[in-house]
Write a protein that binds this ligand. Structure first.
Ligand SMILES: Nc1ncnc2c1ncn2[C@@H]1O[C@H](COP(=O)(O)OP(=O)(O)OP(=O)(O)O)[C@@H](O)[C@H]1O
Ligand SMILES: [Mg+2]
Length: 253
């Protein structure tokens, strides 16, 4: 029996209030993310990827439909409840990592715990545990300015993971990275997923990044028109994704 961490049911997102400004960025979207799944969202620019991520991450409201995360329906919650829910249940990895420069690596990682009043010995043990998983135990007292790009990524991943969120959400996490750093971040996410059963949803327009996922959902003009499940090797999945993108490109011509 697999449980879903996220259930999206018949979700619509319409931007703009006046008729002539209305834009339906998500159209009757339904899918589930299983516990321990590494899922990717792909689609052309403007297809609705960030919009979908934002409504799941509670940063934006749906216009219609329901989203359940870890058994809680978030669509009816007020702003305060959402902020608390977000702090407890969700982990985020941003494109530019958003590390706070005036804080050490340790303090950056501890931030989500601090927001939940988990400090002292318990907090310290947890920070050290995730720092160990991500191999950054030796840089905990350093500031972001003097650590490498790869160490920054792993710090951001540690911060996303430290409070044991139900799911980690990442919007184009490799978007600003060179290919070596991109590959190492993706390996890190894969490791968290495979060895620690962390559920991850990643938005990307890059087929190579997407090939690290177990399943890809394809969006076009706000419509979830296809999903592809990885069955063979990553290299085979990569080719399948490229083929799918080529098909989608042809339809547009
Ligand atoms: N705040 C907003 N108000 C009005 N329209 C918006 C708003 N945000 C996004 N849109 C529109 O909704 C559509 C989907 O945007 P979204 O940012 O989700 O695309 P995306 O797939 O993430 O694209 P990209 O790959 O370029 O990041 C676009 O047509 C965009 O112009
Ligand atoms: Mg986007």
């Amino acid at each position: 029996m697999t449980y879903s961490v996220v259930d999206v049911r018949n979700v619509d997102k319409v931007y703009g209030k006046k008729n002539e400004n209305k834009y339906r960025a998500l159209q009757d979207i339904s899918f589930s993310i299983h516990e321990g799944e590494f899922i990717g969202i792909m689609g052309a620019s403007g297809s609705g990827k960030t919009t979908l991520l934002n409504v799941i991450s509670t940063l934006d409201k749906v216009t219609q439909g329901d989203i359940e995360i870890a058994g809680t329906n978030i669509t009816a919650m007020n702003q305060d409840a959402l902020a608390e829910f977000r702090a407890q249940k969700l982990g985020f990895i941003f494109q530019d990592f958003n590390l706070l420069e005036s804080m050490t690596v340790y303090e950056n990682i501890a931030l989500p715990l601090f927001l939940q009043n988990i400090t002292g010995k318990k907090g310290k043990e947890r920070v050290e545990e995730v720092a160990d998983i991500l191999d950054i135990k030796n840089i905990l007292d350093k500031y972001p300015a003097i650590i490498s790009g790869g160490q920054k990524q792993r710090t951001a991943a540690a911060r996303a993971l430290v409070h044991n969120p139900n799911i980690i959400l990442a919007d184009e996490p490799t978007g600003a990275l060179d290919s070596n750093n991109a590959a190492s971040l993706l390996e890190t996410l894969k490791q968290l997923n495979e060895d620690h059963n962390v559920s991850i949803m990643m938005v990307t327009h890059d087929a190579l990044s997407a090939s690290y996922c177990q399943r890809i959902l394809f969006l076009e003009d706000g419509d979830l028109y296809k999903e592809v499940q990885r069955t063979g090797t990553r290299e085979e999945f990569f080719k399948e994704i490229l083929d799918e993108l080529a098909e989608a490109g042809k339809k547009k011509l």
